[in-house]
Structures are given as structure tokens and as C-alpha cells.
Design a protein around this ligand. Sequence first.
Ligand code: FAD
Ligand code: NAD
Length: 467
Amino acid sequence: MPETLRPKVLVVGGGPGGYVAAIRAGQLGLDTVLVDADRLGGTCLLRGCIPSKALIHAADKFAEIAGAAGGGNRLGIAIDGVPKLDLAKTVGWKDGIVERLSGGVAGLLARAKVRVVEGWARFSDAKNCTVETKAGPVAIAAEHVILAAGSEAVELPDLPFGGDVIFSTEALSLAAVPERLVVVGAGYIGLELGIAFRKFGAAVTIVEAAPRILPRYDEVLTRPVRLWLQRHGVELHLNAKVAGRDGDGRLNVETASGTLALAADKILVTVGRRPLTRGWGLEEMAVDMTGPFVRVDDQCRTAMRGVWAIGDLAGEPMLAHKAMAQGAMVAEIIAGNRRRFDPAAVAAIVFSEPEIVVAGMLPEEAKASGIDAAVSVFPFAANGRALTLEAGEDGGFVRAISARADGRLLGLQAVGRGVGELAGEFAHALVMGAVLEDLAHTIHVHPTLGEAIGEAALLGLGHALHL
Ligand code: FAD
Ligand code: NAD
């Protein structure tokens, strides 16, 4: 007979949703077990957010140093010789960060008195599962089950993963930079990694089915990224459809101007992610679905009493900070607190070159909602700090969307080098229900990129100072 654990709370998945839910449940004194088949940290920590940002940073460094070689750069910095990249060492450095953070999560769970069971959980009904651990099967019967199984990369039928067709996880651990990299999908991952590999020196081609890159955002916001791709020799095919491979292994791509045959050393497929709903008995749990996601209400309750779903499994946006917020909330509800998931904004950053930050409504969304909205755009070309960071010439800006009636902020966006760090102020302004005056009267430190937020707000009020 396998050992049976009977915790108050069982969390399935040790990603940002699951581990935060477990830590918070433990802090609140709930007897909690967390199950994960992998090391702790989930997609985000082990093969997503953290490793990709480490490689993006390394690629930035390499490109900067390479820019100083062969005659120097405009800052007057020159180096003799050509910088070399040992990608295996870069990957080793990245793995060290992942290792350290995963160990940190284990420490936090231990401090919260959460029991971690390592193995794959399979449910026989909504409240009972068996985990195959190295020491044998462990049965778990819990009063509350928090499902945080995350998501997996979408595969194209014409281009199955394997061999030279890779997805993000493999791209984050390559032994060498591919000479020719074809990226299929110009969304978050395709752009973040495609740009990083271009900076590492790969010849990069991007194939996108939609008429523009990052199709969920507007053309104006994504234009600086498209310009960067153009200026750095990245071949971009929009409105393009992958149609399998020819006898020589080249990728056939159908475009308006005919079928292209693209040669590649690696083909990175980044056409989206889907919730991980197969292989662990979800079908035995009598929960409802909405599209590919587990259906939840505004407290992350599923249709089955005592079963909760959070993070990528429970819907868009598939972002780590949303998963964490839902995880903490569910633990607090189970502990008896009144909470709802109704955020004023879940901000997002695309770590492309330059970066894009989006919080709240885009101009089109404001229009579609029927609100009479004003759009004010302040360019980084007029921001001193941006110029000192060589960030004033990429076409970047801060954009404020506000209600004409009362100046209430509906959305804040920015594109430009290093703008990711503005996400906190954007989200904070929306959560606090700020109006244009609140941002305009906040004394932003000089010289910072943040001054552009105050200026965009002043512009909305009709009197920008530095434009
Ligand atoms: P996951 O992190 O996917 O964790 C789920 C865990 O559950 C996994 O560890 C899995 O092993 C485990 N599991 C599943 N089923 C079982 C089972 N039956 N038994 C045992 N264990 C199980 N988001 C951001 O916000 N910022 C970023 O910069 C960012 N960058 C990304 C870069 C890449 C390359 C990728 C792929 C994703 C990125 N994301 C980013 C998205 C982010 O990783 C996800 O939104 C986040 O990880 C979702 O968290 P989660 O807890 O829902 O699930
Ligand atoms: P995505 O949805 O961002 O982009 C997928 C892209 O592929 C889209 O532009 C889509 O039009 C295109 N596409 C779809 N089918 C195609 C086809 N057959 N041929 C060519 N193009 C095709 O998905 P992703 O980049 O795989 O990322 C998945 C999710 O992971 C994101 O939506 C996001 O939630 C999360 N993520 C977040 C970050 C971040 O926060 N910085 C980084 C990476 C991933």
C-alpha cells in the first residue's frame, strides 16, 4: 500500500503560481503539500523568464563589445581584435542563476513548512492523486487542490519538434550559436530570443503569420522593434505561412510574393503556448473548460468544489506575475480571507530591442470600449537620460491613454531601451486610479527615463514642458 498524505492543501506544480500558493498557504498555517515532477521553479524559473533574460543580458554585452571592435564606436571606445563567445560558458552562467533561484524557492517552501513531493501527479478523481516518486508511489488526498500545471509550447503539424526544429527550452541551452537561425512566430519568445541570437552573431530570419510583429499590440508601439530588426539585418517575412520542408531540409514558407525555401541550422518554433491539460487526469476531475483553459471564476474556483486553478492553466495572460498573484490569492481565500482577482492592470514587458511595456488599455481597446479617450505620446528623443543611454534614437516613447471627461488614466505604454523598469509605475498608477494630474505632479527624478511619464501626462493636459 502506498503512503497516503492527507494535507489540507495540495498544490500541483512548482512554478510561480504553484510555489507562491504553497508558500502563502504555509505562512497562513495550512498543512500544505506541493508536487512537481521537476526541480522547483516551473517554466518561468527553469526554462522561461529567468534563463531567457540571462541570455538576453549576455547577448547585449556581447553586441556592445563587438560594436567597439574594428575602429571603435561613437563613444570613442575601441578594442583591438574581435570578441569571442563561448556559449557553453554563457549557458553555464545562466544555469548557475537558475540553480541558485530554484534552491531559494526550496528554502522558502521549507521555511513555510510546505512538504515537497517530487514526481508526476496523476488524479483518479478531483481530490485524490498518486505521485510516482523515486522512493515509490505516494497517494495524496486533499481537502483543497490548487492546479498550477502551467503550459507547454505549441507544435506545428508541418514542423514537429526534434532534430534541428527546436522550441524555447532547447534554444536556452544550445552548445553553440547557430550560423543561420529561422524563427517561426514573431511574438514574445520569437522576438526576445531571435534578437538575442542576432546579437550573438547568428543570421536570423523571422517568419510571422500575421501582418505585423507582436500582433496583439498596435503598429505604432511595435515600430521601433521592427526598425531595429531592419537595421540589424534580420530578415522578416510577414503574412507568411510555413508549409513543411523540401527534400534538402529547407523550410518552405508561403508569402504573397511566392514560396520561399529557407535554409537553417536551427528552426526555432515560437507560435504560442497552450495550457498543460493532458497526461495527469484532469479529465477525471469534473472541471469545466473554456477553450483550452480550465474555467475559473474571479476567485480561481473551478466548477468542482475545493478545486482551484491558477496561472497559465487558467487563462490569459500567460505571465508569471499573474500566476503568482492568483496563487497568493487562492491560499488566502482557503484560509478564510475575502479576495477576488480583479486587477486594474496586469502589466507586461516584451524584452525585445528596444523593450516594450504595456499596462491597461491600448488606444484601440479604449476606442472599442466606447470611452472618449485622449492619447498623448512623449518621445524619448526629448529625454536627456535617454540620450545619455544612447536610447533616444530608436523611435521610443511613453504613451498615456486617458479619459477625456476626467483625465482618468486608462492605459500606459512605452517602447525604448530599458523601459521595462517603468512597468511598476505604470501598474501602480492604474491600480491607484490615477488621473493625468497625479502623474504630471509627481516630481520625477532628473535625469531618468521616468520623466517621460510625467511629460506624457503634461502633454495630455495640454502643456508638456520639454516638447
Ligand atoms: P509553470 O511555470 O509552467 O509551472 C508548472 C509546473 O507544474 C511545471 O514545473 C511542471 O513540471 C509541473 N507539473 C505540471 N503537471 C504536473 C503533474 N501532473 N505532476 C507534477 N508536476 C506537474 N512570463 C513573464 O511574466 N515574464 C517573462 O519574462 C517570461 N518569459 C518567458 C520566456 C519563455 C521562454 C517562456 C517559455 C515563458 C516565459 N514567460 C514569462 C511565461 C511564464 O513562464 C509563465 O507564465 C509561468 O511560468 C506560468 O506559471 P505557472 O505556475 O502557471 O506554470
Ligand atoms: P505569442 O502568442 O506571444 O506569439 C506567437 C506568435 O506566433 C504570434 O505572433 C502568432 O501570430 C505567430 N504564429 C502563430 N502561428 C504561426 C504560424 N503557423 N506561422 C508563423 N507564425 C505563427 O507566443 P510565444 O512567443 O510562443 O509566447 C507564449 C507566451 O509566453 C506569451 O504569450 C506570453 O504569455 C509568455 N511569454 C512572456 C514573456 C514576457 O513576459 N516577457 C516572454 C516570453 C513568453
